[in-house]
Design a binder for this molecule. Sequence first.
Ligand SMILES: CC(=O)N[C@H]1[C@@H](OP(=O)(O)OP(=O)(O)OC[C@H]2O[C@@H](n3ccc(=O)[nH]c3=O)[C@H](O)[C@@H]2O)O[C@H](CO)[C@@H](O)[C@@H]1O[C@H](C)C(=O)N[C@@H](C)C(=O)N[C@H](CCC(=O)O)C(=O)O
Ligand SMILES: Nc1ncnc2c1ncn2[C@@H]1O[C@H](COP(=O)(O)OP(=O)(O)OP(=O)(O)O)[C@@H](O)[C@H]1O
Ligand SMILES: N[C@H](CCC[C@H](N)C(=O)O)C(=O)O
Ligand SMILES: [Mg+2]
Length: 487
Amino acid sequence: MAELKDIVYKVSLTSSYGNMHVEVSNLCFDSRKVTPGTLFVAVRGTQSDGHVYIEKAVAQGAVAVVCEKLPEMISETVTYVTVKNSAHALGVMAANFHNNPSDKLKLTGVTGTNGKTTTATLLFQLFTKLGYAVGLISTVENRINDTIVPSTHTTPDPIQLNALLQRMVEAGCSHVFMEVSSHAVDQERIAGLKFAGAIFTNITHDHLDYHKTFENYIKAKKKYFDDLNSDAFALVNADDKRGMVMLQNTRAAKHTFGLKKMVDFKGKIITNSIEGLELEIGGKNVWFKMIGDFNAYNLLGVYGAAVLLGEDSEEVLTQLSSLKGAPGRFELVMPGSKFTAIVDYAHTPDALKNVLETIAQFRTGNEQVITVVGCGGNRDKTKRPLMASIACRFSDKVVLTSDNPRDEDPMEIIREMQTGVTPTETRKTLVMSDREEAIKTACMMAKDHDIILVAGKGHEDYQEIKGVKYPFDDREVVARMIKLMTH
Ligand SMILES: CC(=O)N[C@H]1[C@@H](OP(=O)(O)OP(=O)(O)OC[C@H]2O[C@@H](n3ccc(=O)[nH]c3=O)[C@H](O)[C@@H]2O)O[C@H](CO)[C@@H](O)[C@@H]1O[C@H](C)C(=O)N[C@@H](C)C(=O)N[C@H](CCC(=O)O)C(=O)O
Ligand SMILES: Nc1ncnc2c1ncn2[C@@H]1O[C@H](COP(=O)(O)OP(=O)(O)OP(=O)(O)O)[C@@H](O)[C@H]1O
Ligand SMILES: N[C@H](CCC[C@H](N)C(=O)O)C(=O)O
Ligand SMILES: [Mg+2]
């Protein structure tokens, strides 16, 4: 319970009608969830406009409405507040409603096309090892110390987000690490949060279905840095073409990491093998369990952020060297088997290329690389031919299959992928829309020492087909096949 006047604290109102002292029991932006005593916030969305549902919300018991434009029918018993941007107001109000939990935490956000989950998860694991009570908000799961809270989005909506942060404060967490998706920045899901720091991993092709142009996508990421406070740090990958762009207009303290340029947190790859990475950092050589060049960047980002959060650099490196990172990211299934099977969440052209390039570095002889890959339905179509092309370029055999088809026809998605395959490459591709069959076939084709990459779904334990999430886990299918083939 809180008074409306306290919930709208720091929201710039353009007008208000009615009693600002009204008690509000619930904050909500979905009319279907309105209960008596609710403050309903009308937000313009991608599918519909929340303003259309104001009257429905009032009929269901909303006592106050925050909107950009007043509805035609005004109820005398309801307070109406207008604002310029209700999505932004929603973020600020959600923070106020939950007692501004981010003010009481050291909250660090991670943005970028790839590496957010890995970076945030490593930071969560590291700070847990350093003895802190820690929270995590990520694609795979949300964590309040040992408690797992299932995740629905990479970055939840502002109400869920602030409710989660409030639970973290109550559980005694001092630090929280969260992923900040470009959708979240664009939709103002993080408005009203106070960040201690922000990390930029990289920016490459993704989500053009949503942002339309690459420039808009860059702008969304940059807005996150532009809005940081002066007491926060902004830590960017300086080897990424857009790294310095992120820092251009920020008030935060500017820091950089990387392998190539002169940066604050610099690393050099000494060894890169299927066992892990050896990096030279700060004049010392350190072994890590993480695999692949791109993880050198993730590790440097984590190292830099931990130091900027006040931790001792030696202690950070010691603890970091034992960590395994996030599930479903370059995850080896039953290592030591007849063939090497890797499950990886690579679902963008860049991630797929990175993973396959990493695999190529580990080839010692005639072993074949067999890639199983699909693309998600209801998502950026332009990445489909690119991903198929990359899979073919870096593999000896490719099984084109389904990812999460969602509302689309799986064969149509595969046909769009095939437009990226040249006639010569067609010879090494197989089409098998049933993902389980595709994985099984790849395993059957594999000879001793071959390497199978199952890309796109990583940690996901379901396959989403026409609105239904069926149980499905790439790692389980591979493990079952390996067991079957070794008995
Ligand atoms: C495209 C997109 O991002 N959509 C998000 C958005 O919904 P929307 O704008 O489509 O909403 P809408 O359906 O147009 O409705 C507009 C407004 O009317 C309201 N409404 C609607 C119907 C009704 O009966 N009553 C009512 O009040 C809605 O609650 C909403 O406030 O706002 C919702 C609330 O925050 C999100 O749940 C929803 O995420 C959808 C489910 C989604 O799939 N999002 C993905 C693309 C996403 O956000 N992904 C990123 C990360 C991706 C990555 O990192 O790779 C993420 O952070 O997870
Ligand atoms: N720093 C990086 N640069 C490029 N590719 C990376 C990097 N880190 C991880 N990857 C690749 O990208 C995939 C996704 O990594 P991760 O889940 O950490 O990223 P994410 O940004 O959280 O992705 P999403 O937006 O889907 O949640 C990994 O499975 C790996 O293939
Ligand atoms: N956060 C990403 C995940 C994509 C994962 C992939 N398996 C797919 O379903 O396309 C998205 O929602 O676009
Ligand atoms: Mg993620």
